[in-house]
Design a protein around this ligand. Structure first.
Ligand code: SAM
Length: 278
């Protein structure tokens, strides 16, 4: 039975390839990678021999997984790498890992760089707990739903973004989360033009609307401010305010339910009582 080694590779600086990664990549029978040219360059850099490659990317992941499990069943050791960083983290890999586990193979982590943890480690933000969003959906309802969700995440949030989308994403964050929260934008980590930018979402919108969009980014977003305790008095006042100007009981109740994340039906009953309709 072969083993599957999940090998982290550098996110820019080749010096970040670990000794264990070098050893593993030099000794396995098969390399599962996203792009043979890119991984070939890395293997030449460490002077490793020529390999059997199996390409695992978003288009081939399903078929490649079957091929790799066959190789493992035949006793081959396989190293899974992605173009950069840790496989499976916003990169292909998790399907293969699942399949290898199900087929009874040993799955061995060979840890190393990941842009998310590297950015978090220098962010100065609370890193005791964090939420990894990865890439936001590109557009549509899926994107607005995720942005609405991020608004109330009570821990530091990590978002990945490509250079040409950074200005749009900062604008969308301002629209959905407001301009006040602190953000850290970590660009080109471990490379010559590494930059760690810190400021508010509002400042970031201004800064990145004019900046040359060069390099990949990790965006770290400060946690949502703690919600005020929801007391009976607070709900009552909010409902009274929402009922002014002849607004319907239903609209007022829905607004307050959204505001405090409470069941709409309860708020509707209370709003009816306040209007004297029950
Ligand atoms: N598996 C990788 C990891 O462990 O971080 C992530 C791969 S994902 C396809 C690529 C994204 O990671 C980029 O769009 C960017 O958000 C982030 N990233 C990768 N390398 C980076 C670097 N050197 N500096 C900043 N962000 C980087």
């Amino acid at each position: 039975m072969g083993s599957l080694y999940v090998v982290a590779t550098p996110i820019g600086n080749l010096g970040d390839l670990t000794l264990r990664a070098t050893e593993t990549l030099s000794n396995v029978d098969v390399i599962a990678c996203e792009d043979t040219r890119r991984t070939g360059n890395l293997l030449r850099h460490i002077g490793a021999k020529e390999f059997r490659y199996i390409v695992v990317n978003e288009h081939t992941e399903y078929d490649a997984t079957k091929q790799i499990v066959d190789a493992l069943n035949n006793g081959d050791d396989v190293a899974l790498v992605s173009d950069a960083g840790t496989p499976g983290i916003s990169d292909p890999g998790s399907l293969l890992v699942q399949a290898a586990i199900e087929a009874g193979h040993q799955v061995v982590p060979i840890p190393g760089a990941s842009a998310s943890v590297s950015a978090l480690s220098v962010s100065g933000m609370d890193s005791r707990r964090f939420f990894f969003e990865g890439f936001l959906p590109r557009d549509g309802k899926e994107r607005t739903d995720r942005l609405a969700f991020l608004k109330s995440v009570p821990v530091t949030t990590v978002v990945y973004e490509a250079p040409h989308r950074i200005a749009k994403t900062m604008n969308d964050l301002q629209e959905n989360l407001g301009g006040e929260r602190r953000v850290v934008l970590a660009r080109e980590l471990t490379k010559i033009h590494e930059e760690i930018w810190r400021g508010s979402i509002r400042d970031a919108v201004e800064h990145f609307s004019n900046a040359e969009p060069i390099g990949e980014y990790v965006i770290l977003i400060e946690s949502a401010p703690p919600r005020p305790a929801v007391t009976e008095d607070l709900i009552e006042t909010a409902l009274k305010n929402a009922l002014v100007d002849g607004r319907s009981v239903k609209d007022a109740a829905n607004d307050v339910a959204d505001m405090f994340q409470l069941p709409k039906r309860d708020l509707y009953e209370r709003a009816l009582r306040l209007r004297g309709q029950r």
